[in-house]
Design a protein around this ligand. Structure first.
Ligand code: DX5
Ligand code: ZN
Length: 222
């Protein structure tokens, strides 16, 4: 799956920017509150408007404090997946129940320096694991290959039936980095600048997907 991140799109033309990536599996929406991360982007009213403007399922990535209070609203707005940060959630088990009850998949994200081991038990209650491959807050940063160990661990836990999550990666994914992420076992690739910085975003999505499919073709064949 490829999830273009509208953080790198033109915020004044969000409907056109969604229409520019018809092949996207999910549209990734970065919600930042200026507290959990230094940057400030958009919130629920914009997500509600975008939901009405596009048929692409929304993948909301909440980089905010107190997601326990705010995340269910993004699910009620019709998002397909709502991801909260492990570092910010107060009661992640209850939060996953609340997000699911409001009609979305529940996602848990870990920053690059947050160990996966601490969250494996909690992840049994989640549908998506979002591994950050940059420090959250800004698009266009350099990919951190060291987080791929977490991807490999998560892949193993899924393949052996210990977890049932979509393994998603976010940050610095491009034609130069997507293959190593695919080989490590990623299911869903977020890409901001690599899609919206391209001359043809639709083609960029297809090129990234082709590359990921080819790189992961040997996975699961023993
Ligand atoms: C960063 C965001 C990312 C961002 C990725 O905090 O979570 O979703 O849009 O942008 P690129 O793909 O340019 O690294
Ligand atoms: Zn994101």
């Amino acid at each position: 799956m490829i999830a273009p991140s509208i953080l790198s799109a033109d915020f004044a033309r969000l409907k056109e920017e969604a229409d520019a990536v018809p092949g996207a599996d999910w549209l990734h929406v970065d919600v930042m509150d200026g507290h959990f991360v230094p940057n400030l982007t958009l919130g629920l009213p914009v997500v509600e408007a975008l939901e009405r403007a596009t048929d692409i399922p929304l993948d909301c990535h909440l980089m905010i404090n107190d997601p326990d209070r705010w995340a269910p609203g993004y699910a009620e707005a019709g998002s397909r997946n709502v991801t909260v940060h492990a570092e910010a959630a107060h009661d992640p088990r209850k939060l996953s129940r609340d997000i699911r009850a409001a009609g979305a998949l529940a996602g848990l994200s870990v920053k690059p320096r947050t160990p996966l081991e601490d969250w494996v038990e909690v992840l049994r209650d989640y549908d998506t694991l979002l591994v950050m491959s940059v420090e959250p807050g800004f698009g266009g940063q350099k990919f951190m290959p060291e987080v791929l160990d977490k991807v490999r661990t998560a892949r193993r836990l899924v393949d052996t039936g210990h977890l049932n999550v979509i393994v998603e990666i976010d940050g610095g994914i491009s034609r130069d980095t997507i293959e190593q992420a695919a080989e490590a076992g990623v299911d869903c690739f977020v890409a901001g600048s690599a899609v919206y910085g391209a001359d043809d975003p639709e083609r960029a999505v297809e090129a990234l997907r082709d590359q990921a499919v080819r790189a992961s073709a040997h996975l699961g064949q023993g």
